[in-house]
Design a binder for this molecule. Structure first.
Ligand code: ES4
Ligand code: ZN
Length: 350
């Protein structure tokens, strides 16, 4: 049940909504709400694993990353056609727009779909249809980060890259980078050193999940071996002061997802989340929603959860919104324009 908000919380939520924000850590397959899942299952003649929307939602209780991934991959089975991917993307963009998101950098897992016989062109074209429509009708810009599943082999990642490269030109307005996600334990970043080197040579922006469940050492190798520009999660960096210092010195942003960390038991209580500490120590922290359909909240809910549990000040929240723009892959001029807009909203509010 949604918790009742105090009027202070309503004011804070309205303030946070007005801040122009970028969402940088978002898996499009993780935005599949049970209602849309059932609609797509029916459209495609697929039997859902659960008897009802309510039963499915009740199943969203996880012990760890793997228990979530099992349901997340099963949920993606209903995505088959270009229209399905369009509808998924457009539903998320509407929701993000309502939260005051002005730019998104969206991860997608082509292997989850090609493994089931869905052509990679279908995935790209459907997502692009939705994101381009959102750009025109809602005024939100987007980039795509094609992510490799780290529980599969590097050869399979390389094959996925090769299958996608012929599409690069057609989607050059969207596809700017690559990422690494799925089960972290036992799948260190360096397993993908060759594929990252190839992507770097091709001019892609590089990100990787690291230090979510895995050790701080994976954050170091993501930076030093893969050469990533941004770390997804990275909350375990603080286990090793040298790793945290590396991130601070190199201004490598962390895309932190508070409700995800709570739902997957990376933290036992949001009051114990280290995002405020990381921010206060000088790390370039951003707030994001990860898989909002599964973790109980979109980006504004994540800002609110962090703000309330950790007593973040207005200034800190404004910094977090500014960091999201700063940490994005937008060209400098566009970042500056958005930072100006942010400063204007803050001035008007004070
Ligand atoms: C993910 Cl929360 C998380 N961690 C790793 N991989 C993922 N894929 C989708 N959500
Ligand atoms: Zn993630």
């Amino acid at each position: 049940m949604p918790q009742k908000q105090t009027s202070d919380e309503t004011d804070l939520r309205n303030y946070l909504r007005r801040l122009p924000k970028a969402e940088l850590h978002l898996h499009i397959e993780g935005t599949l709400e049970p209602e849309l899942l059932f609609e797509l299952a029916q459209r495609n003649g697929i039997n859902p694993l659960h008897p009802s929307v309510e039963a499915l939602r009740e199943a969203y209780q996880f012990d760890d990353l793997q228990s979530f991934l099992d349901l997340y991959y099963a949920g993606a089975d209903v995505l088959l056609t270009r229209q399905d991917f369009h509808d998924l993307a457009m539903a998320y963009m509407r929701r993000a727009h309502a939260d005051g998101v002005v730019h998104t950098e969206i991860m997608f897992d082509p292997q989850t779909h090609t493994m089931r016989g869905v052509p990679i062109e279908t995935v790209f074209s459907g997502l692009a249809d939705g994101l381009r429509e959102a750009r025109e009708t809602l005024g939100i810009s987007s980039y795509l980060l094609m992510s490799f599943l780290r529980h599969l082999s590097e050869d399979e990642a390389m094959q996925t890259l090769e299958a996608a490269l012929p599409l690069r030109e057609a989607y050059q307005d969207l596809w700017v980078g690559i990422g690494l996600d799925s089960a972290e334990h036992g799948n260190p970043p360096e397993k993908f050193a060759r594929v990252y080197a190839r992507c770097k040579a091709l001019g892609f922006k590089l990100v990787a999940h690291a230090g979510e469940e895995g050790p701080a050492e994976y954050v170091r190798t993501a930076v030093e071996t893969l050469g990533v520009a941004r770390i997804d999660h990275g909350v375990r960096s603080s286990d090793d002061p040298a790793v945290l210092q590396l991130l601070i010195d190199r201004k490598i942003p962390l895309t932190v997802c508070p409700l995800s960390n709570l739902k997957l038991k990376v933290v036992d209580d949001l009051a114990n989340h280290n995002l405020a500490k990381l921010l206060r120590q000088g790390a370039l922290v951003t707030i994001n929603s990860d898989d909002p359909a599964y973790f109980g909240g979109y980006v504004l809910d994540n800002y609110m959860a962090g703000a309330c549990a950790l007593h973040l000040s207005h200034d800190e929240l404004t910094t977090l919104a500014g960091n999201s723009i700063q940490a994005s892959f937008l060209p400098k001029a566009e970042k500056n324009a958005l930072l100006e807009r942010l400063a204007k909203v803050v001035r008007q509010a004070s």
